[in-house]
Design a protein around this ligand. Sequence first.
Ligand SMILES: NC(=O)c1ccc[n+]([C@@H]2O[C@H](COP(=O)([O-])OP(=O)(O)OC[C@H]3O[C@@H](n4cnc5c(N)ncnc54)[C@H](O)[C@@H]3O)[C@@H](O)[C@H]2O)c1
Length: 348
Amino acid sequence: MRIAIIPGDGIGKEVTAEAVKVLHSVGQKFGRAFDVEHLPWSADHYLQTNETLPANGYDLLREFDAVFIGALGDPRVPDNRHARDILLGTRFELDLYVNYRPVKLLDERLCPLKGRAPKDVNFVVFRENTEGVYVNVGGRFKPNTPDEVAIQEEINTYKGVHRIVRHAFEYAKASGLTKVCMADKSNAMTQGHALWQRVFKELTPQYPGITATHYYIDALAMYMVLDPGQFEVIVTNNLFGDIVTDLAATFQGGLGMAASGNIHPGKTSMFEPVHGSAPRFAGKNIANPIGAIGSMALLLETLGAKQEAAAIDAAVLKAVSENQITSDVGGTLGTREAGDFIANAVRG
Ligand SMILES: NC(=O)c1ccc[n+]([C@@H]2O[C@H](COP(=O)([O-])OP(=O)(O)OC[C@H]3O[C@@H](n4cnc5c(N)ncnc54)[C@H](O)[C@@H]3O)[C@@H](O)[C@H]2O)c1
């Protein structure tokens, strides 16, 4: 397996080091070598070279089996242009239309919801990752005047909506799950989200073993808090998915715990913790590496290394159960020490 590693900025570098440590540890355990190549693309690289990524950057990434990114964002680059090119650019150029966000509570004490245990918080969110309001279509008329008009378009295509909704149903079927919930705002966004309604109704009869439900996104946010146990698979658009997955991360213990995949099934995909570069935490050895380590497990799982992924998940569970974790989730370890514990636990 050839894996491109982009540690990026801030705590991205620190959590990536731990994820790579755990990757090598799982490699040792299963007698498997991973060919890991570090790419320097980051704010530092941009400030030194004026290049966000090389002209052939996306082609270069396509040569790998998978890409891992730590986090991107740096106050020295106020418009975060490097982050946009590297992160959003990779999602769009590699057509990574599935944003995969498992939401799994590992221990009751990490959940801010009263009385909720791991059995109540165990679902996945599929966020459409290549369309919606993130396509940057629009413009400003009479900018910086009292008459300013700002237009930001939301793009929904039949192909784009169909492939993400189908992916959610297929995932449920393959995983033995029986509930898929689609969330939109079709009562207010009567054009674009009518398309989501059409596609969901078109696909539902093709999955007779699956109960398909629909919530408006505001109701979904409410029910996620009131009764998260009712969800198995949620599918929604780019913006709503962005918001509800951060909400869902709090159920798991916060942004430091949340892992994600940006996937085009069968093609080079990219994996990253959900959190950003947290500049205030950078260089202090306090960032939680679990979101990054979990993202490495998702990478392995997606490439078919199921045993290796399961060994990492089990080691993370052990770390949480034994409170061998960082301070954001109630432990006392530093980033490196938490990574060491998990790497050792993987070896068994
Ligand atoms: N995917 C990405 O690379 C990504 C995602 C979000 C934000 N960003 C960028 O990161 C920079 C900082 O953004 P932000 O402050 O809004 O979000 P952030 O996720 O970096 O940090 C928000 C807060 O969450 C907590 N946190 C996040 N990760 C943590 C971890 N691993 N361990 C412990 N606590 C953690 C901290 O309290 C932190 O102050 C910005 O430049 C932003 O654009 C990048």
